[in-house]
Ligand binder design. Sequence first.
Ligand SMILES: N[C@@H](Cc1c[nH]cn1)C(=O)NCC(=O)O
Length: 457
Amino acid sequence: MNTAQKSLRDKPVARWSALIIVSITMFCGYFFTDVMSPLKPLLEKDLGWTSGDYGWFTSAYGWFNVFFFMLFIGGIILDKVGARITGLLASGIMVIGASLKYYAIANTFPEGATILGHSKQVALAALGFAIFGTGVEIMGITVSKIIVRWFKGYEMALAMGLQVAVARIGTLLAMAAPLRIVDYFHGNIAAPLAFCLVLLIIGFLSYFVYIVMDKKLEASMEKVEDGQESDSEEGFSFKDLKAVFANRGFWYIAILCVLFYSSVFPFLKYATDFFINKFGMAPERAGDLPGLLPLGTLFLTPIFGGIYDKVGKGATIMIIGSILLVLIHGLFAVEGLTNVTLAVILVLLLGVALSLVPSAMWPSVAKIIPEKQLGTAFSMIFWVQNWGLMGVPLLIGVVLEKFCITSAPGAEKVTYNYHIPMLIFMGFGVLSVVFAFLLKNADKKKGYGLELPNMKK
Ligand SMILES: N[C@@H](Cc1c[nH]cn1)C(=O)NCC(=O)O
């Protein structure tokens, strides 16, 4: 290809710059997604929330995605109007939702004021989180499409892996920073939200830089001969939806996805409280432990992805990751095992599981589903996944409140026995193993090639 035919995406500096910008927006999104998790004990102590309130609020992340089909709608909008407007809309929605959540936590409301059976504060915070959840999930699909646009034919898998890694630094910070920020601001529980809101606004503004780059990319692509480099991906169609629904391998991988993530991300929502209650950790340090989980995945996800690329064994990798989940949550569930070193080892192993399964799962989707149906398939997998991200935190909150309180009624500090919630997480692990085996079996029958390397020799 001569210089005259090159488009902007052929320049490494340009495509990596685009990746950095959109990764910043996703980093801020992941940070805000989990920023309240280490604050659960404080929400109960200072604001009078119950575990049921917390579970209900946390489940709000998936409300609109699940019930209003926002992931499909976001996918259709993305295909119709493109990544520039969709990304701007999505990051704007993130800022609006986060602002409402901040307003709810930063203010006090008249006692007895309730909405849908929850205090006005909990209800408004939940509504804010539901709006935010719509924005961040649509942003996730948009960023995937942006990466394909800039990196197709180049380092696409690496770029996707690095984007997830940067986003997960956001999760890490969300575990480690909030209690320190609260301390720094003399016990102000809304301070971490304000900090994160500022980051989201920076993420929103930085997206304008991406828009400028995208316009330049488009102009440069128009100049390329024969329109070879134009975006030739197909949009959403109901025919594709039917074809994806009829694919048994799709259902196995979608169900594995919801089961697997149901025992990881919802666990993170309760992890700080769990380590305080079961392992007797000091509240101000308890968030550091779950912070180790995303830390390990930063390095391991690309390594396991590389192994899948070169050696194959994708279905086996998903089976191993799922078995690890069962062992980890099973050991967490054992009463009397309260050694902090053991907790550290188990969290690190959970990081290994969270690297193994996604590194094999996402590339495997592309082996099961034809390329023209991939966009539809991804938005449907995220939709199925959101049922778990919505339902499981709610389930755990209700179970904690109904069956697990160990403190005397009216005690200043409510304490919990996490045995049943950990058994529930283990149950999801067991079901993940079953579906990982079903997937491997289907692969043998249908020849998806999940056990084969991704790279051609
Ligand atoms: N759809 C996201 C969900 C999520 C929850 N918290 C952060 N992200 C997702 O599946 N991300 C993939 C991942 O492995 O991080």
